[in-house]
Each structure stands twice: as structure tokens, then as C-alpha cells.
Design a binder for this molecule. Structure first.
Ligand SMILES: N[C@@H](CCC(=O)N[C@@H](CS)C(=O)NCC(=O)O)C(=O)O
Length: 204
């Protein structure tokens, strides 16, 4: 099986997929897409110009949520979507909130479209503040049963939450006790820590 992960430095959507690939021990090759390529040659891979994309034996998938659901259904040995329908639904709720409500409005292209007036540093500040504002709201409805976001096991929800929190920090947002604790908790699980992609220098 030939698996290629199209990623870009500092992309938290790509980090989600990479974390899943590592945790499920699926061998893959990471293809680095530069900012310049995102808007040019890479459009033949993903017409939206977004990373990640995942190619499996030449078949290309995009949208991180669709990709991780694909990996979950295809590689069932190490599950990441809970133990029952209630857990699954809550894990999807958290992932959708992170992906649709937190990440999308602060996406680089979206911000450039709506706020062309802002310089890079103001954009970074706004992005960090937005993520923290949304994470604040999320904290009341997660980590109820254990240190994991949903239920008693590491899941896609932990990956999505940890990755977006790290993104806020990269944008210069202050540390957040609740999410810092969550990150420390999941990193205590050796398999989780081993699968966490190394931080790369962002150009996002
Ligand atoms: N909903 C998409 C979002 C993808 C996305 O926004 N990717 C970012 C990196 S995290 C990107 O490619 N940004 C480049 C840009 O906005 O120009 C997904 O989950 O894959």
C-alpha cells in the first residue's frame, strides 16, 4: 500500500491526520507542500489549495475529517472513534466544532479575504484570540469521565483539541490551564506521545 500525506509546515489540519497515521501505525510518506505550491502546482492534487490531502494507492482524499474517518473505517485494529454510538457522536461533535467552528474562520485564506487590512502580526494575534475564545466555551462539555476529551480512551477528539490548542500557542496566545493539563495528560500515554508529530516551524 502506498500512502502519501500532503502536508505543510505548521498545518494543524495536517497534524491531525499525521497523528492518526502514526497512532494506527500506518506507514506513509509525508510530502511537504510549500506556500507557493499551495496556490499553484498543488491545485491538481486538491483544487481548494488546502492541506492535508491523502493519497492511498493513487486515490486522493481531502478534508481532514473525511480522511480520518476513512482511516478509522479502513484500519480498525487501533480504534480512535469511541466504544459506542454515544461516544462516537460526542467525538464527532468535538471534531466538527474544532474543524468547522474554530479552525475555519481563522484559516489564513479566509482571514486574508475578510481582513486584508491586517498585518501579519495582528492576524496572528486575532487567530490566537479566536481559538482561545472558542476553546474556553468547549471546556465545559469535555473531559467529564477522565482526562481524555470524551470517555476513557484517547480518541480523534483529543487529537483535534490538542492540535488546535498548540496552534493557538504558536500564534502567541497565552497558555490555558485546562488545555495545558489535557495535553500533559494525553502525553502521559506513551503510545500517544510517540505518535504525536514533532512540531515544525510554521509558515502558515
Ligand atoms: N477543512 C479543511 C481545512 C484545511 C485547511 O484550512 N488547511 C490549512 C492548513 S491547516 C491550509 O491549507 N491553509 C492554506 C491557506 O489557507 O492558504 C480540512 O479539515 O482539511
Amino acid at each position: 500500500m502506498d500512502v502519501l500525506l500532503y502536508s505543510a509546515k505548521g498545518s494543524n489540519c495536517s497534524e491531525r491526520v499525521q497523528w492518526v497515521l502514526n497512532f494506527k501505525r500506518i506507514p506513509y510518506q509525508r510530502i511537504e507542500v510549500s506556500s507557493q505550491e499551495l496556490g499553484s502546482s498543488y491545485l491538481t492534487v486538491n483544487p481548494f489549495g488546502y492541506v492535508p490531502s491523502l493519497s492511498v494507492d493513487g486515490l486522493v482524499f481531502s478534508e481532514s475529517m473525511a480522511i480520518v474517518e476513512y482511516l478509522e473505517e479502513r484500519f480498525t485494529d487501533i480504534p480512535l472513534l469511541g466504544n459506542n454510538l454515544n461516544e462516537k457522536t460526542h467525538i464527532r461533535r468535538v471534531c466538527e466544532y474544532v474543524n468547522g467552528s474554530i479552525h475555519s474562520p481563522q484559516n489564513k485564506t479566509v482571514l486574508k479575504f475578510f481582513r486584508p487590512d491586517l498585518d501579519d502580526s495582528s492576524k496572528r494575534q486575532l487567530r490566537g484570540e479566536w481559538i482561545t475564545h472558542c476553546l474556553d466555551k468547549l471546556s465545559a462539555s469535555i473531559c467529564h469521565d477522565s482526562g481524555y476529551v470524551i470517555g476513557h480512551n484517547f480518541s480523534l477528539a483529543d487529537i483535534f483539541v490538542a492540535s488546535i490548542y498548540k496552534k493557538a500557542r504558536q500564534h502567541g496566545a497565552a497558555g490555558h490551564e485546562f488545555y495545558h493539563q489535557h495535553l500533559m495528560f494525553i502525553r502521559n500515554n506513551e503510545q500517544v506521545a510517540r505518535a504525536e508529530p514533532p512540531e515544525d516551524k510554521p509558515h502558515e
